[in-house]
Design a protein around this ligand. Structure first.
Ligand SMILES: C[S@@+](CC[C@H](N)C(=O)[O-])C[C@H]1O[C@@H](n2cnc3c(N)ncnc32)[C@H](O)[C@@H]1O
Length: 256
């Protein structure tokens, strides 16, 4: 039996203009679109009027479509010979359960492709005018999950390694664990004065940035009521971040 095609497409975070040309083309051609909660909703206007759009977004603390059901939907629609676009926030390969979905599609014998997207860390760095790496002082770049699957506890990470790592650490899903993350890093030897930044809802009208030092960022984030989605970036290259005008701080430049 011939099957359809599943295109895993990275939508980018927040700003709808950050999708790739190839991703946008696939979205316009799609017959079925299964999308995450965090994809820029303006992109759904690009979908052809006859196509089926299914929201399979997961909202923390609310009943939602489970991963098994998403896998099943992908396979089921593709078996009807449809061109399915699985639209995911940011880059599908970064904390996006892409591996599970590829496995489901591959084991059903369905053709697929992955079209990368701009991940939240890259979008945040770009907005703030910082580099995530720097020759000599930031040759390592780590993307880490800040919380475990429950969303309430810090992820089980090698904190000693992260504390020692020279360079930039980016924590995705950090909001529920800001204090444990920063305490673990500083107690295990990371410089508490290292510049750190929290970027909430990057690329959206609600974007906010809290710039501080590693030792203080958790408290500042808590005081500001920072909520998901946000990324925590800490490392020497965070110095000199040019803070856009949409920020809660009055200063247009953060001297950290
Ligand atoms: C399940 S992960 C998906 C990451 C996504 N695949 C990517 O590459 O950006 C969700 C986390 O990504 C981060 N994130 C996604 N969109 C964001 C945004 N617009 N602003 C800040 N962080 C974002 C947050 O840490 C959020 O909790």
């Amino acid at each position: 039996m011939s099957c359809g095609l599943v295109s895993f497409v990275g939508a980018g975070p927040g700003d709808p203009e950050l999708i790739t040309l190839k991703g946008l083309r696939r979205l316009r051609e799609a017959e079925v679109v299964l999308h995450d909660r965090l994809v820029p909703h303006e992109l759904l206007d690009e979908v052809s009027p006859g196509a089926t759009i299914i929201d399979v977004g997961k909202t923390p603390g609310r009943p939602c479509v489970g991963q098994d059901q998403i896998n099943w939907l992908l396979v089921d629609w593709a078996r009807r010979r449809e061109h399915v676009v699985r639209l995911k926030g940011g880059d599908p390969a970064v904390f996006g359960r892409l591996g599970d979905e590829i496995e489901a599609v591959r084991s059903a014998g369905i053709a697929f492709e992955v079209i990368p997207g701009v991940t939240a860390a890259s979008a945040a760095a770009a907005r703030l005018g910082i580099s995530l790496t720097r020759r000599g002082s930031a040759s390592t770049l780590v993307f880490a999950a800040g919380t475990d699957q429950t969303g309430h506890h810090s992820a089980a990470l090698d904190w000693e390694l992260l504390a020692r790592a020279e360079g930039t650490l980016v924590f995705y899903m950090p909001v529920g664990s800001l204090a444990p993350i920063t305490a673990a890093l500083t107690m295990l030897g990371r410089d508490p004065r290292e510049p750190a930044i929290l970027v909430e809802r990057v690329g959206t009208p609600g974007e906010r940035v809290i710039a501080s030092r590693l030792a203080d960022i958790a408290e500042e984030g808590r005081a500001a009521g920072v909520a998901a989605p946000a990324v925590l970036i800490t490392g020497p290259t965070v110095v000199g971040a040019s803070v856009p005008l949409t920020l809660r701080r009055a200063a247009s430049h953060v001297a950290v």
